[in-house]
Structures are given as structure tokens and as C-alpha cells.
Design a protein around this ligand. Sequence first.
Ligand SMILES: NC(=O)c1ccc[n+]([C@@H]2O[C@H](COP(=O)([O-])OP(=O)(O)OC[C@H]3O[C@@H](n4cnc5c(N)ncnc54)[C@H](O)[C@@H]3O)[C@@H](O)[C@H]2O)c1
Length: 403
Amino acid sequence: MTLNILLLEDIHASADPVLQALPDARITRLRHAPEGDELRRLLADADLLGVRSRTRLDAAAIAAAPRLRAVGAYCTGTNNIDLEAASERGVAVFNGPFSNTRSVAELVIGHAIHLLRRVPERQAAARRGEWMKDAKRSNEIRGKTLGIVGYGKIGTQTGLLAEAIGMRVVFHDIEARLPLGNAAPMPSLETLLQEADVVTLHVPQTPQTRHLIDAQRLAQMREDAVLINLARGHAVDIDALHAALVEGRLRGAAIDVFPVEPASAAHAFESPLRALDNVILTPHVGGSTVEAQRNLGVEVSEKLRDYLLQGAVRGSVNLPELGVGAVRGAARVVHLHRDRPGVMSRIHAQLAGAGLNVTQLHLETGRGVGVAAVDVSDRPTAETLRALAAVEGTLASFLVMPG
Ligand SMILES: NC(=O)c1ccc[n+]([C@@H]2O[C@H](COP(=O)([O-])OP(=O)(O)OC[C@H]3O[C@@H](n4cnc5c(N)ncnc54)[C@H](O)[C@@H]3O)[C@@H](O)[C@H]2O)c1
């Protein structure tokens, strides 16, 4: 049977060779993000779906996709996907959290250099016909202190790049993190703010990171320091930042993410920061590079491929991790079910009843879901597969043949 793969939002062509490794794959590509009836019509016979951040995959859209087995989010965030509804239907969702790490880190370094040299103000003045030629409050970044708030994938990468050009790196994280290079953990956010010439945020969106940088935190920053936020819009109190910049206490800021962002290019971008010369404003493009898109095309497609070809779950956002080896036996049944007592014994009973011996079993549970990859001695009949899919607690099940 044809495996219908629907790729929306102009996903990078690097996805195709990977997905074409799936048997009977037929790839349909669209450049835009369909909505409403158009989306539901397209989903009616899709087995695999690839989206980026604009397609809204809510519970109604998932319900309109009866054949859907997995979704690839060719981006890092998955806020546009109803993950609970996906799990409830046994649809695996994968994203690509590593693909744009380097892109964001590079831009942070560029912003740090521009802000410490007051390039945004000089550029704004030059555009108005003013010649703002002086060395006042202009510094090299060499020897300055970079304060990284959130020392995860992007934070650590940024720290290594900053050290390579001579910055001193300090960081603050709520989790214990291994310091890379010569980076030093700070005992508190307050200490970091008091030490850093450049503060850069790399925290996720959580209730704790809302207005992480507010008026009080801004007041703790060094006079003439700069703030960079390429993480999440809600992490900075924009009105408080505006006030600190107008008062001249901070040298400048670079902001890529906003509490409210325009839904599309057709909508206007509103922010009090627009009026200030000493701010670099970008439209959430921290991770948007050709390289990142290409990496995403491969990274996410490989996860989809390994899931469908082997039942391996690597880096899913709604299923537990399941490492599997090669199929040992005639076939593998991949079975997704509610994490409740008795489901596995009912699966075993069905297999035993059909005279199938289990030759290898992988099982992992988490996020309320169990994923089992059960290798069996003979190929199950269509009737056995129907019986397995009907086992109480089943979310989805499918068959994998040895490659
Ligand atoms: N601008 C863009 O285009 C763009 C692109 C990619 C990622 N991002 C954003 O960048 C952020 C970081 O991404 P990542 O891949 O490095 O994430 P990550 O999960 O690898 O790292 C986040 C780190 O922040 C830490 N953290 C969480 N809450 C904290 C708190 N209250 N105080 C201090 N540290 C805290 C975590 O422990 C973790 O170490 C995310 O918000 C992501 O959405 C933006």
C-alpha cells in the first residue's frame, strides 16, 4: 500500500532522500500552511505529515487524519501541535531540537559585537544623515564577560564561540550543568547580572521564565551592559526594558522574540522598542538559516524513517524513548498503548493464541504511553493484527518487516 507523505510549509529538499527510503513512499509537497477545510481534506489519506511552525494541528485536524502515524515538526517548537490529542490517537511527534543551535549561537556573538560597538545607534544616525564618529562607550568584546542564562544546547554552544574570541563566560541554570571550556557557573541569576557585560537568554518558555528579566533584574545589570534575547518573548518585560534603555542605564539590546508576534508578514509588528536607536530588532529569525533548514530536513526525516522502519523512538516530544535493534524473527509489531496494567499480557495472549512466539521484546513507558516493539517468529495474519489493534488500551499498532 502506498505510504502517503504530506510535507507542508516548503520543508527543505534534504528531507526527500531520507523519506524515500520508506517502502512505497509517495511525497506530496506544498509551500504554504493550509488551514480549515483544505487542511482536513489533505489529511484524509496522509500516513506521515511534515509541518513547520505555522500549520495548526489541533485535535480536530488530527481527528481528520485517520491514517496518520507520525508527524515531523521541522522546527524546534511544537506549540502549534496538540500533543495530547496526538498521543491519544497514537500519533508519534518528532522535532529537530539540535538543527539550529549553531545558527542562534552565531547571531548572539554578532549582536554582542554590534551592541558593544553601538553599531545600531551609529547606523540609525547615518541613515538620518548624521555622522556619529567617536569612540565613546565603544568596546571590543575581547576580555568582556558574557553571562548566559539557560546553559542548554544553545547556551553552551554560544559560550564556546564566545571563548574562542576571547570573552570570559559565566552562566546560570536551574539545573546542574557541566561547564564547557572555561565557563563558570554563577551561584544565582543576580550574581550573573552583576558580573556580565553581555547578558544573553537561552531559557525555555515555562511559568518560571515569564518576565525572568523584569525591572528589578534590569536594575541589577551592570551600568552600560547589553541584553540579548533570542529565546522566548515572554522572558523579558518589554516595558521595563524600554524604560532602562530610554534612561540610558543599558547600552543597548538585541531582541528577536516578542510577547506578541505578528501572525504573518501581512500583519504589522508593534513594539515600544521600535522607537529606540540602540536596539536591534529581528523577526524571530535567530534559528532561521539555510543550514538550519537543511539540518532539520535530515534530522527530523531520519527520526520519522527509523520509527516507521524499525519502531525506534528517538527524541519524540510525546512518546518515551525506545532504542531497538534489528528485527529478530519474521516481523515486528509496534504497539502503542495506554500505560496501564494488563495491556502487555493481553498482547502476549493474542500472540500466543495465534501460535506466534516472541523472539525479542523492547518496551518503554512514559508520558502516559507505552511503546512496545515485539518481534515474532512468523508473520502475523491480518486477523491477528486486527486483534492486536483491538486490545483494550491500544492507541495504535503497525507491522515492521526485517530490512
Ligand atoms: N530565536 C529563535 O529563532 C530560536 C531558535 C531556537 C531556539 N530558540 C529558543 O531558545 C531557547 C533555548 O533553546 P535550547 O535548545 O538551548 O534549549 P535547552 O532546553 O537545550 O536549554 C534550556 C536551558 O535553560 C535552563 N532553564 C530552564 N529554566 C530556567 C530558568 N528559570 N533559569 C535558568 N535556566 C533555566 C534549562 O535547565 C536548560 O539547561 C528556547 O526557548 C528555544 O525556544 C529560539
